[in-house]
Every structure is written in structure tokens, then in C-alpha cells.
Design a protein around this ligand. Structure first.
Ligand SMILES: C[S@@+](CC[C@H](N)C(=O)[O-])C[C@H]1O[C@@H](n2cnc3c(N)ncnc32)[C@H](O)[C@@H]1O
Length: 206
């Protein structure tokens, strides 16, 4: 938890309480339904919570914005982002029902009001959003094909919208089709310590 405060020292009391509660909740749920590798649960704050918040280093979602988390698993990056941006609406989608259950239970236990869930393949989700976020789910080009239908058409003077994902490895080929507009942000070591080698936030405005 200290590592979250190091990078986000201005949390409200409510956010502090919510982040602090995650450890016991995920430890408990993870012993019943595996959403985080069991030996990694000790690293919950660095490998999962802080890593998810890497997206908050790149974009501050403005109040009223809507965000879908595609392939959220046990709630990453969606749950930490929903705590960080209480005025933004998050919709977390995953094709594995028991993972969605864990994310739902954790969110209810900490009293998150700005979050909804869907147990479905993202291909079936028809709602539109300002942004889609995703961590460790599929290559950029596959994500793009799926989410084209989910990004709200841009209005005149609209705020930016697009796809933001946590990525690792060689991105040259993966980002090639989006070369002109892709923005790549390197996370610091604390934010991305060894986790899936995903040390970059890739933002493709649409
Ligand atoms: C490696 S896990 C990552 C989970 C989470 N994003 C995280 O970083 O902890 C990949 C997740 O994507 C989900 N997934 C893969 N393809 C999907 C699809 N087409 N629609 C919805 N969920 C999908 C899987 O069920 C799985 O939970």
C-alpha cells in the first residue's frame, strides 16, 4: 500500500480505505478462485495495483468519461482505475465467469459505485465507451478489430478517445499499423517491476 501512496499521495480518505482493503479481499478470494498466481499475491500492490495505475500516469480520465476494461480477469486494470477515478464510469468484461465474480465481489465490498460488469466475450459487447483499456489480453491489432464497435463516435470538440493498454516486448511490429497516431509511454521500474515484462502504456487515439 505504501507504494501506492508514494506515487499517488493525494488520495482521499475513501480512496485510501478502498486501496488498503484490496489486499485482504484479493487474498481471500484468490484462495477460492485463482485470479492472480498464488505466489504473486504478496506482490498485489506492485505487480497488479500500481501496474494498473500506470494508465493513470498517461491519462487523467475526466469526470463523466466511460471506459471499458476488455479481459479484466480479476479486475485489472479496471478496479484500481475505478478507485482512482470515481467520477468515471467503468465497465469490466471477461469471458470467464468466475473471474468476473471475484472482481464484482471485491468492488462491492469496497463500495465502488462507478463500476459495472459483464460476463461475455468482448466481441458480444455492443455498448460504446470513450476509452477501452486492457492488460495482458491480446495483440493490439486483434484488440482494435474487436473494439472498433465500442468506441463512441467522436463529437465536435470532443475529448480524446481510444485504446490504452499495458504492453511489453517488441512493439515495433505490433504498433506499425497505427504508426502515425500511437503514443508510447515507458513506465518506471516501480510501476512495471518484472510483471509480464509489460513496461509500456500504449495509447492509440481513435
Ligand atoms: C492473462 S488474463 C489478464 C487478466 C487481467 N487483464 C490482468 O491483467 O490481470 C487474460 C484475460 O482475458 C480474458 N479474455 C481473453 N479474450 C477475451 C475476449 N475475447 N473477451 C473477453 N475476455 C477475454 C480471459 O478470460 C482472461 O481473463
Amino acid at each position: 500500500m505504501d507504494i501506492i501512496l508514494k506515487y499517488f499521495p493525494n488520495l482521499t480518505e475513501e480512496q485510501h480505505r478502498q486501496f488498503a482493503a484490496l489486499y485482504d479481499l484479493y487474498t481471500d478470494w484468490n484462495s477460492k478462485i485463482n485470479v492472480i498466481s498464488r505466489k504473486d499475491i504478496e506482490n498485489l500492490y506492485v505487480h497488479h495495483v500500481l501496474h494498473s495505475l500506470g494508465i493513470a500516469q498517461v491519462i487523467r480520465f475526466t469526470p463523466g468519461t466511460s471506459v471499458m476494461d476488455l479481459g479484466t480477469g480479476g479486475g485489472f486494470p479496471g478496479v484500481p482505475l475505478a478507485i482512482m477515478f470515481p467520477e468515471t464510469k467503468f465497465h469490466l468484461v471477461d469471458s470467464i465467469g468466475k473471474k468476473v465474480r471475484v472482481a464484482t465481489e471485491v468492488s462491492q465490498a469496497i463500495g465502488l459505485k462507478n463500476i459495472t460488469f459483464r460476463h461475455a466475450r468482448a466481441e458480444e459487447e455492443k455498448q460504446t465507451f470513450d476509452f477501452v483499456v486492457s492488460r495482458a489480453v491480446m495483440p493490439l491489432t486483434d484488440l482494435m478489430k474487436i473494439i472498433k464497435k465500442n468506441i463512441s463516435p467522436k463529437q465536435r470538440n470532443a475529448l480524446p478517445n481510444g485504446l490504452i493498454c499495458l504492453k511489453g516486448g517488441e512493439l515495433e511490429n505490433e504498433t506499425m499499423p497505427f504508426k502515425q497516431k500511437v503514443m508510447i509511454h515507458n513506465l518506471s521500474e516501480d510501476f512495471a517491476e518484472e510483471f509480464f515484462q509489460t513496461k509500456k502504456v500504449v495509447y492509440v487515439p481513435i
